[in-house]
Ligand binder design. Structure first.
Ligand code: ADP
Ligand code: ZN
Length: 732
């Protein structure tokens, strides 16, 4: 029986304080109240919770809400208690975190009919005692939240979710409402089947997020590109996703060193650090969070202005959820992804240890991601199509492919060839296989089906496999082709496709984009700039002359003033202020710039003006000194005058390694004071002699040169320590 809409609106106001329903909320609620099963597809933030909370409050009995997230459960229960003045036991949750006494309280409220909403984790629902309890009460309906967890084809499969139907049967039948913010047609079909609610009415809101801009960038020097991007968007909040914790740490540190307020977040950090970092992001003390996918669940910051994927995600669903955290307030949201095929190969390697069936699925999902990344079609169209929604406009105006469209060609004959091939085969095959057959690639699979004997084998050999894959993908989007839901990935022709084959018409297709192989981020982290010259030779010569003068005036060696690489950077980037100089040139800290820099920026300024030089809009990425991430620890320990032996052993380093780390720190222009240690450990005269050699004879700050000149008389460790002292006192 339907509820009078006026009453429903009144309840909306009294229980939740809202004046109107959002989207499909009202018809969904009415449908549930009338006793129907419902399937709700609504993007994050669409207002799913209300679809079961309100009916639970107005219907007879208790609604059971199955949700996988304990933390979110507690939030929701608190929120409902907050909304609904008075009654205490109106909402409860049941999971393994409750004490005996708490469980007893829940039990009592349930049996007394006070509780209208009971949140349970799927594990708790399988427990015998809970099932017995729920048999004793009247259940209004079951809500299955995050319903995509039912399907192995979703991105968050949870096996316990598959038991829900049989448990419902055991407890007592009641209507079911399944809700999710992410489901491909395959996952949707799995959900309906598994919950046995094929008769459910489907409520689907559009997943389009018109305010989000999508772009895929070639992964070449991604760090530098990211720093540039953030500098162009100062003060805006953003999230950067990486796949590994290590990368998260490294990137967060690199950004900080380059003057960006950034913090890391991943499951390997302790709970307090995680909470602190998250709070600082929410309160805008930091602009950027670099995170693994552990970050974001339940985070509701409305003004996240950009989401960057440093690594390509494992599935489009993951990608869509993560990008979905941008622009929740409807304002600007830039979603940028770095792609290289090497990353895909890495992900495939990670999967190798997993069970075969899981690998198969993982690979399919990854293939979809590759297809998305490499496509030249509208990103919005691709994404929405992936979730089973058609996006009709030709140009969305807010994705890289629409803003920079590739030339199209008339692909009607190519499409016909694809359709003919599929129609000529008695069975259905996967996309890659079809592309191989058309381009005449004879691999094991092709041979085992004897498809190399087919008339159409190699019929499209003028083009490669990539070309044919792109044509087939576009065929799917145009609904000439479809993927078999039962045997996922197998491709069939639709009626529309057959009609097209009968009477082909002009079809504008695009080839995929090509990406570079990408860099091996194991070896060449950030390109070291300035090396190998490439600067302005005239300016460089002038800078070297100036350096001699300045050195003479300060009574130091020229290299003490600025190193060669620093001068080279100046001759490339033309810094005009001391700030710019210390930001842009390696080995130049603020102190050093202040001490020696003024005549250099003056010279560069005159030179730029006289020669009408256009300065490059470029900068040097300051690299992370300490690869192992020990930098902060080392600096703090030296400040606290800990012995180097203690520092080394605390970090599991050899003395030699520790010295290398300190040298790396000092080489970026950071000043430290090692005198407490040197005075304790080294002979005063030794220190003086080595120090003098650096001041008077050294021709560079090179360690090798020093060891060659002094090694006969002194220990290497002594030389290194005094060199550090000298660099910090005189050079930096
Ligand atoms: P979802 O679960 O779909 O991500 P939520 O249920 O968390 O979305 O709701 C998203 C936001 O919308 C919440 O802040 C919620 O309070 C708000 N909201 C829900 N329904 C309404 C409504 N009818 N009017 C105004 N705000 C609403
Ligand atoms: Zn577009």
């Amino acid at each position: 029986m339907a509820i009078d809409p006026n009453i429903l609106h009144a309840k909306l106001k009294t229980f939740f304080g809202y004046d109107a329903f959002k989207g499909d909320q009202e018809p969904i609620i009415q449908h549930l109240v009338e006793g129907g099963n419902a399937f709700v597809l609504m993007p994050t933030g669409g207002g799913k919770s209300l679809c079961y909370q309100l009916p639970a409050l107005v219907m007879d009995g208790t609604a059971i809400v199955i949700s996988p997230l304990i933390a979110l459960m507690k939030n929701q229960v608190d929120a409902i208690r907050g909304f609904e003045a008075g009654e205490d036991g109106i909402a409860h949750f049941l999971n393994s975190s409750l004490s005996r006494a708490q469980v007893a309280e829940v039990r009592e409220d349930l049996l007394n009919g006070v509780t209208k909403l009971l949140y349970v984790a799927p594990e708790s629902l399988t427990k015998e005692e809970n099932i017995n309890l729920l048999k004793e009460i009247k259940i209004s309906f079951y809500a299955v939240d995050e319903a995509h967890c039912i399907s192995e084809w979703g991105h968050d499969f949870r096996p316990e979710y598959r038991k829900i139907r049989s448990i419902i049967e055991e407890i007592q039948p009641a209507p079911v409402i399944a809700l999710t913010a992410t489901a491909t047609p395959k996952v949707q079909s799995d959900i309906l089947k598994n919950l046995r609610i094929q008769d459910a009415r489907v409520f689907r809101s559009s997943f389009n997020r018109p305010n989000l801009y999508y772009e895929v960038r070639d992964k070449v020097e991604p760090e530098k590109d990211i720093i540039r991007f953030i500098r162009q968007n100062p003060g805006k909040s953003g999230i950067i996703y990486c796949l590994s914790r290590k990368k998260v740490e490294e990137l967060a540190q690199l950004l900080s060193i380059n003057g960006i307020r950034a913090l890391p977040y991943h499951a390997g950090l302790d709970a307090k650090t995680r909470a602190d970092n998250q709070d600082q992001f929410l309160s805008e003390e930091v602009d950027v969070i670099v995170a693994t996918i552990a970050f974001g669940m339940g985070i509701d910051k409305p003004d996240v202005r950009f989401v960057i994927h440093y690594d390509i995600p494992k599935s489009i669903e993951g990608y869509y959820q993560e990008t979905g955290r941008a622009g929740r307030d409807g304002q600007e949201g830039l979603c940028i992804t770095y792609y290289s095929y090497k990353d895909i190969q890495k992900l495939e390697k990670f999967m190798q240890g997993k069970p075969v069936a899981e690998q198969e699925i993982g690979k399919q999902l990854l293939n979809e991601t590759v297809a998305y990344a490499e496509s030249s079609q509208c990103r919005r169209k691709l994404l929405l199509n992936y979730f089973g929604e058609d996006y009709l406009p030709d140009n969305c105006g807010a994705c890289d492919n629409c803003l920079h469209p590739k030339t199209r060609f008339d692909g009607r004959e190519d499409m016909c060839l694809v359709i003919e091939l599929i129609e000529s085969l008695p069975e259905h095959f996967k996309l890659e296989h079809l592309a191989n057959v058309l381009s005449g690639v004879s691999n094991a699979m092709v041979k085992s089906y004897q498809h190399d004997k087919l008339e159409l084998f190699g019929a499209g050999k003028d083009h490669d496999v990539r070309f044919w894959s792109a044509v087939i993908h576009q065929g799917l989007i145009l609904h000439f082709l479809e993927k078999d839901i039962e045997n996922y990935g197998l491709i069939a022709v639709t009626d529309q496709g057959r009609k097209f084959l009968e009477k082909p018409y002009e079809l504008l297709l695009v080839e995929d984009r090509t990406f570079s192989d990408g860099e091996d981020d194991e070896d060449d982290e950030t390109a070291v700039p300035g090396q190998g010259g490439g600067g302005d030779p005239v300016l460089l010569a002038m800078l070297k002359d100036l350096r001699k003068d300045v050195a003479r005036r300060h009574k130091v060696q020229p290299w003490v003033v600025f190193s060669d690489p620093a001068l080279e950077d100046m001759s490339i980037l033309y810094p005009l202020t001391l700030k710019e100089m210390s930001e842009k040139c390696q080995g130049v800290g603020e102190g050093k710039a202040r001490k020696y820099g003024q005549p250099f920026v003056d010279l560069i300024g005159r030179y730029v003006e006289e020669n009408e030089i256009e300065r490059p809009d470029d900068f040097i990425v300051k690299s992370v000194a300490s690869k192992s991430g020990n930098k902060v620890y080392i600096i703090q320990s030296i400040d606290r005058k800990l012995s180097l032996e203690d520092i080394a052993s605390a970090k599991g380093l050899e003395m030699d390694e520790l010295l290398s780390e300190i040298e790396a720190i000092v080489s970026t222009g950071t000043r430290i004071n090692l005198n407490y240690y040197i005075e304790e450990e080294l002979d005063e005269e030794v220190v003086e002699e080595i120090y003098d050699w650096f001041r008077e004879e050294a021709t560079s700050d090179s360690l090798e040169e020093a060891i060659q000149a002094l090694g006969g008389d002194y220990e290497e460790e002594e030389i290194r320590l005094v060199r550090l002292k000298f660099l910090c006192e005189v050079a930096n």
